[in-house]
Design a protein around this ligand. Structure first.
Ligand code: AHM
Ligand code: MG
Length: 311
């Protein structure tokens, strides 16, 4: 019912909605450019092979054809957008400076979860935006905007520029505001346990998972960070975890391209994100390829999980 009402209205342009909400014009233009990249990627996913291409990314991981295509699409947009000074991504091994005078630098994972493409599960694009061309020494708390696009049965964008979280849905080629203010509630209902393999080395993580099972929490885990976080934001509660192990304390997920933007979105929706010791938003960025463990979701559930896990 609500959806019908939204699409029957004359859709306001995304740019106008962002400006009305108080986004600075240059940032609003950049967010529209990023949303346009998401729209193009959603089209490319349908026609691009789901296979690997034999090359590796900055992290030594094998690239899928769609990792490469999504990177090309985003790069083209970042190079033409006049407000972008520099960008880097999970698929690049350096900071690409395009304009010394550009206002923002942009850090993205062009296609998170690409190993799920061949089984036709949801994947996403994750983006964080900082002021200036130098991100080293800043923290995710310095981001001026963050968004993710999710390619599911529908293509959606969840975005923030520090004034709450909005969801847009792609409808016949145009972005329609589908939720004006995404907010978590106080419930503790769901859990998404990434890196369950850590249980063998971490009895504390194993005990936490057991307590969710005994407490009749509902498991919601897809193997893709974007749909898993989107589940928390849309249903209003839950926790997503990807802990480290004694041998690999920083685990898998990247601070700049994955955890930082997600932490900003979650905080803006009233939730929290921790590395097990401090907020992800307070972690100092020391390198483009920095990784971090993450516990993200409803604030009380994150606090409870972190307090029950050993540092
Ligand atoms: P990717 O950037 O190489 O796609 O990896 C990130 C993905 C996340 O979406 C997901 O939460 C995690 O990897 C799952 O990791 P694992 O396969 O180790 O369970
Ligand atoms: Mg990724």
């Amino acid at each position: 019912m609500e959806w019908r009402l939204v699409v029957n209205m004359t859709p306001l342009l995304m740019l106008n909605i962002l400006l009305e909400k108080g986004a600075p014009i240059e940032l609003a233009e950049l967010l529209v450019e990023l949303a346009d990249s998401v729209r193009e990627i959603s089209v490319a996913i349908v026609t691009t092979s789901t296979g690997k291409v034999g090359t590796k990314n900055a992290f030594g991981e094998e690239q899928a054809a769609m990792d490469v295509r999504a990177e090309e699409i985003l790069q083209a947009h970042m190079k033409t957008c006049p407000f972008v000074g520099a960008f880097s991504s999970e698929e690049l091994d350096h900071l690409e400076v395009v304009r010394d005078e550009g206002k923002y630098s942009v850090y993205y994972d062009p296609l998170d979860g690409s190993s799920l493409l061949d089984v036709n599960c949801s994947v996403g694009t994750i983006v964080g935006v900082y002021e200036g061309n130098e991100v080293i020494g800043q923290t995710p708390g310095d981001q001026v905007a963050a968004l993710y696009g999710q390619y599911g049965p529908r293509t959606t964008v969840m975005l923030t520029f520090g004034q709450g979280v909005m969801e847009f849905t792609l409808h016949e080629g145009a972005w329609v505001l589908s939720e004006a203010s995404v907010q978590l509630n106080e419930e503790k209902k769901y859990f998404a346990p990434g890196n369950l393999r850590a249980c063998g080395d971490r009895p504390d993580y194993y005990a936490l998972i057991q307590s969710y099972i005994e407490g009749k929490y509902t498991l919601r885990y897809s193997g893709g960070m974007v749909p898993d976080i989107n589940h928390i934001l849309k249903k209003g509660s839950g926790i997503f975890m990807y802990p480290g192990t004694p041998d690999n304390p920083d685990a898998k997920l990247r601070l700049l391209y994955e955890c930082g933007p997600m932490a900003f979105l979650m905080e803006q929706a009233g939730g929290a994100a921790s590395n097990g010791r401090i907020s992800i938003m307070d972690l100092k960025i020391e390198s483009l390829v920095q990784r971090t463990p993450i516990f993200i979701g409803g604030a009380a559930q994150v606090e409870d999980a972190v307090s029950r896990l050993k540092a």
